[in-house]
Design a protein around this ligand. Structure first.
Ligand SMILES: Nc1ncnc2c1ncn2[C@@H]1O[C@H](COP(=O)(O)OP(=O)(O)OP(=O)(O)O)[C@@H](O)[C@H]1O
Length: 248
């Protein structure tokens, strides 16, 4: 569903070029929940921004649902962002003047496409994520976990091919983090949603099917969850420790 092949991305500072992504390749299958982890500066956000069509890259290919992103016009990229991708950010990015239900429907409002089907899906999403009782409240009057679950519902209301989540639990306590990660799990199980999540939190990552470890702009290792979450968490902690140890 998502194929990233030999991706290279550098930033310029004055006349100097700083390579950040140095040939990243991986894929994400339909219905997979995948985390990207790695030390600060390893290129996680840069990778997500390339897949989001927000920044250009010099070399390699990104193919989303059969469409290669390289070479598309700004209009075509904007269409992909609006119709094929769903976004969840660390700081929720909800509109304060809209209710929970209205926030969930924002992508449809942007498309000018609010029909009974969209309204029904919004209702189903509020039930699925346990926020139906607060759907008429405003973001200021609900908890952080409820805000992020609203954002997860919003990311799904267009039935996107892929949800990109950048540190979705970064501003939450562990209890709220768990409810947000469980909402991704529910989206995967109930709607066959495909999720790529950048996180620093190994506990959140342990709920995923697979974790991609980035280091210095390359894929250091990929770990597949085969059994219990707690065992996968231990496996992740060991791999992260080994990755840090390699630096010494
Ligand atoms: N717009 C930019 N211009 C120049 N350099 C940048 C830009 N954005 C990021 N960088 C640099 O690229 C490197 C990778 O940054 P990136 O934000 O992708 O890392 P990250 O793994 O997401 O880090 P963190 O975990 O701290 O968020 C860093 O050294 C950063 O300073």
């Amino acid at each position: 569903m998502l194929y990233v092949k030999d991706l290279h991305k550098s930033y310029m500072s004055g006349k100097k070029t700083y390579p950040v992504l140095k040939g990243i390749s991986f894929s994400v299958a339909k219905g997979e929940f995948v985390a990207v982890m790695g030390p600060s500066g390893s290129g996680k956000s840069t990778l997500l921004n390339c897949i989001s069509c927000y920044i250009p890259f010099e070399q390699g290919t990104i193919t989303l649902g059969g469409t290669e992103l390289r070479g598309l016009s700004e209009n075509e990229l904007a269409k992909i962002r609006n119709e094929k991708l769903g976004f969840v950010f660390q700081d929720f990015m909800l509109l304060d003047g809209l209710t929970v239900r209205e926030n969930i429907l924002v992508p449809r409002i942007i498309q000018g496409n609010i029909d009974t089907k969209a309204a029904l899906l919004a209702d189903q999403l509020t039930v699925l994520f346990g926020i139906d009782h607060i759907q008429n409240k405003y973001p200021a009057d609900i908890s952080g976990g409820e805000r992020q679950r609203t954002a997860v519902a919003r990311s799904l209301v267009n039935n996107p091919l892929l949800i990109l989540a950048d540190e979705p639990t970064g501003n939450l306590d562990s209890k709220s983090s768990r409810t947000v990660i469980e909402s991704f799990e529910n989206a995967k199980k109930q709607m066959n949603a495909t999720i790529l999540m950048v996180t620093h939190d190994s506990f959140s990552a342990s709920f995923c099917d697979r974790v991609i470890l980035l280091k210095d702009g390359i894929v250091y290792r990929e770990l597949q969850r085969l059994g219990r979450r707690s065992a996968f968490h231990d496996q992740l902690l060991t791999a992260i420790k080994e990755m840090s140890g390699d630096e010494l």
